[in-house]
Design a protein around this ligand. Structure first.
Ligand SMILES: Cc1cc2nc3c(=O)[nH]c(=O)nc-3n(C[C@H](O)[C@H](O)[C@H](O)COP(=O)(O)OP(=O)(O)OC[C@H]3O[C@@H](n4cnc5c(N)ncnc54)[C@H](O)[C@@H]3O)c2cc1C
Length: 331
């Protein structure tokens, strides 16, 4: 039987281009593939991969497998799984990496189950054990209170990676690689789920996941209004977005889509303002990837100060308008 070799990235497209998570996976995959001296491949499934295959090479892939079929225009778990599974059976990668995205969360466990191998989800760091060539998979445990490194010895090793946990390489169109069309006959009789309608979430302004600055309000904000006034004003000044801990979403002060944490969005902005948030581990699980955390809380003993690089003890009603006013002067 052929030996498992190489790294396969499950590629995602967004509006016909490589999704940001795929560029991040390629950046990390390139490093691991170089350590192993093995190939880095990327799989793109769609009705037409178009320029995305060349983009994947420019971001570090040595080989791009494209599965193109009009029936694959829209993501559908069963048909996409058929294409993925066939490629994995034919090419036998050593390591398969997915984004910790809606698609990755659905396809990776299905693949691991089918191949009777392990899966580590939501990884924050990956490295190679040079003596065994096995992938070391580091992920948060106990609601983000600790991190543990897992190794599954069965191949292929499969992991999903948290968005923004890895950095993409600089896009370089002089990188060379091979685009390989991969033919799969989709068995329509095996498809049991039909997508009846796709509803796009309406987001006004910048998306939380893409915002370079997030002003996140907690229960201490007290009501809906300050999210749309005090916090929004600061967010707009910093070209960022307003987020929330879980209680404001549970209380109906903000839409559920704004809630950050273990059960909400996972974000990694350059600056994260935690305003009137106590710093529970379930909240930190969603924002620990931020480059800088600034906490504003009236309680000097609040746990959030242990997580923050800069802390301001005071009432947000006074601190935020003062900060916004000063920034307006400076900017
Ligand atoms: C399974 C599970 C999953 C969960 N998932 C999530 C999740 O995804 N995201 C999440 O956020 N939580 C989650 N939680 C809830 C989490 O445990 C906390 O209860 C929650 O994060 C607390 O939110 P908070 O910090 O906004 O509120 P609190 O803990 O009530 O803190 C409010 C803070 O505001 C401060 N404050 C009050 N008034 C002011 C003021 N005027 N100015 C300045 N500071 C002020 C207080 O000193 C206090 O520190 C989860 C819990 C469980 C059990």
């Amino acid at each position: 039987m052929a030996e498992n070799k190489g790294i396969l990235i499950y590629g995602e497209l967004a509006s016909g281009k490589l999704a940001a998570i795929t560029t991040e996976l390629l950046g990390c995959g390139r490093k691991l593939a170089d350590e192993l001296s093995e190939e880095l491949a990327c799989l793109l499934i769609s009705d037409s991969a178009g320029e995305a295959a060349k983009e994947a090479i420019a971001f570090g892939a040595g080989k791009v497998y494209t599965v193109e079929d009009p029936s694959l225009k829209q993501y559908q778990a069963e048909s996409y799984f058929q294409a993925l599974d066939k490629l994995v059976n034919d090419t036998k990668p050593r390591i398969i990496l997915f984004g910790q995205t809606a698609m990755g969360r659905e396809l990776a466990p299905h693949l691991a189950f089918k191949h009777e191998v392990g899966l580590s989800t939501d990884c924050l760091d990956l490295s190679i054990d040079s003596s065994t060539k096995l992938l070391l998979q580091t992920r948060p445990v106990y609601g983000g209170n600790a991190q543990a490194t897992f190794v599954s010895e069965l191949l292929p090793q499969i992991a999903t990676i948290r968005p923004k946990a890895m950095s993409p390489l600089e896009q370089d169109s002089s990188r060379t690689g091979e685009v390989v069309p991969f033919k799969v006959e989709i068995d329509a009789s095996a498809i049991k789920v039909k997508v009846l309608e796709t509803v796009k979430e309406e987001v006004s302004g910048i998306k939380l996941e893409d915002a370079p600055a997030i002003i996140c309000g907690g229960r201490g904000i007290g009501s809906a209004d300050p999210f749309n006034t005090t916090l929004k004003e600061l967010a707009e000044l910093l070209h960022g977005a307003v987020g929330a801990s879980r209680p404001p979403a549970d209380n109906g002060w903000v839409p559920e889509a704004m809630h950050i944490g273990l059960t909400g969005k996972i974000v990694a902005p350059d600056i994260y303002f935690a305003v009137a948030i106590s710093g529970a581990s379930q909240h930190i699980a969603g924002c620990s990837g931020a480059k800088h955390i600034i906490a504003i809380n009236k309680d000097p003993e609040a746990n959030i100060f242990k997580e923050a690089e800069i802390g301001v003890v005071g009432k947000y009603e006074e601190v935020i308008p003062a900060l916004t006013g000063k920034l307006k002067e400076l900017l």
